[in-house]
Ligand binder design. Structure first.
Ligand code: DAH
Length: 345
């Protein structure tokens, strides 16, 4: 009998449980009325008198050990369950915070916002127009002759022919919409997406972005335009920047010019960005052709004005020294992440 008690003591010592049910099953097996230990107490009656003292002591020890073991195991399981429940109700402030990566603005948005804010500070308001345009707003009102090559299928994505509806090829179409609905004084800039049927390369894309500018009032002169654009160039590229206007041609301006800025990268000494000329072309501009004013219902005898248009990709390429325009459209995170610290304005 002593051997049996010693084996049971060993079993009690080793016992452990993961659930209350397991612990309870062990209690029933050992301690319930029909359990192993009460059965041993029954057998105790037949133990020889000289062994009784020792066996009795061991038997009591076993009973005590078994009930203590069941109690401690049950308590431990209950406490663990309790803390699991409270952890579910309340956040555990000691767990390290999740790291949510934040996005960044696209470099084209950063540059567009900077251009917008430079002109907004001198009184220009932002206006927008549709990306799908009719022939009148994209071409005819802007004085494009019927046979002008820009109207050609090779340049323009047509949505419909006769009547001609196309993806706008420039944001100059917004000029027309503004002048048709507002009388001078007009000071507006129109950023937006434009489309041209061009082969995609490092320097050209079929989708790109422009900012159009328009200023119409009484007695607006070419000198006013020059001063405004000089202000813009210095705000955008730094106060040491100079501008240069070269004669050019656009159907909607007369006279027309192409504007260059002095190369801020090499201080006009000559580098690969300015192709060793010291100058970088950034926009077209000119005095709004009187025909355009009249087409839009503005009295060209009373009012004059200037307009300008620039490509946002081009300004971004110069500002960030990016030499392949396709990078802007690939959405490669390794590229975009480099602008995380760029000011959104
Ligand atoms: N619309 C021209 C283009 O897409 C850019 C331009 C040139 C706009 C001269 C103007 C301007 O307003 O006066 O190439």
């Amino acid at each position: 009998m002593l051997d049996k008690i010693n084996d049971l003591l060993e079993e009690v010592k080793e016992f452990d449980a993961k659930t209350i049910e397991e612990a309870e099953a062990f209690r029933i097996k050992m301690l319930s009325k029909k359990g192993t230990i009460p059965a041993l107490f029954q057998d105790f009656k037949s133990v020889a008198p000289e062994e009784r003292k020792e066996v009795g002591k061991k038997l009591n020890e076993l009973k005590q050990a078994a009930s203590e073991k069941v109690n401690t195991v049950k308590k431990r399981i209950a406490a663990a369950e309790d803390s699991r429940k409270t952890a579910g109700d309340k956040p555990d402030m000691t767990i390290p915070a999740n790291f949510d990566p934040i996005g960044s603005r696209h470099p084209l948005s950063v540059i567009r916002n900077r251009i917008n804010s430079i002109f907004q500070r001198i009184g220009f308001v932002i206006s927008e127009g549709p990306e799908i345009e009719d022939d009148w707003h994209n071409f005819s009102a802007l004085n494009f002759p019927e046979e002008h090559p820009a109207r050609d299928m090779q340049d323009t994505f047509f949505v419909n022919k006769n009547p001609d509806i196309a993806l706008r090829t420039h944001t100059s179409s917004v000029q027309v919409r503004v002048m048709e609905t507002q009388q001078p004084p007009i000071r507006t800039i129109s950023p937006g997406r434009v489309f041209r049927n061009e082969a995609i390369s490092a320097r050209a894309h079929c989708i790109f972005h422009q900012v159009e500018g328009l200023y119409i009032d009484e007695k607006v002169s070419f000198a006013d335009m020059k001063q405004t654009l000089l202000f813009f160039a210095r705000e955008m590229f730094g106060e040491q920047t100079d501008i240069r206007l070269r004669p050019s041609f656009f159907p909607f301006t007369e006279p027309s010019a192409e504007m260059d800025v002095s190369c801020s990268l090499c201080g006009s000494k000559g580098c690969t960005v300015c192709k060793y000329s010291g100058w970088i072309e950034i926009m077209g501009c000119g005095m709004v052709d009187p025909n355009v004013l009249e087409n839009c219902g503005i009295d060209s005898k009373k009012y004059s004005g200037y307009a300008f248009g620039m490509g946002i990709e081009r300004i971004a390429m110069i500002s960030y020294q990016i030499n392949d325009l396709r990078m802007f459209f690939e959405n490669d995170l390794r590229f975009l992440k480099q602008f995380e610290s760029a000011s959104p304005h």
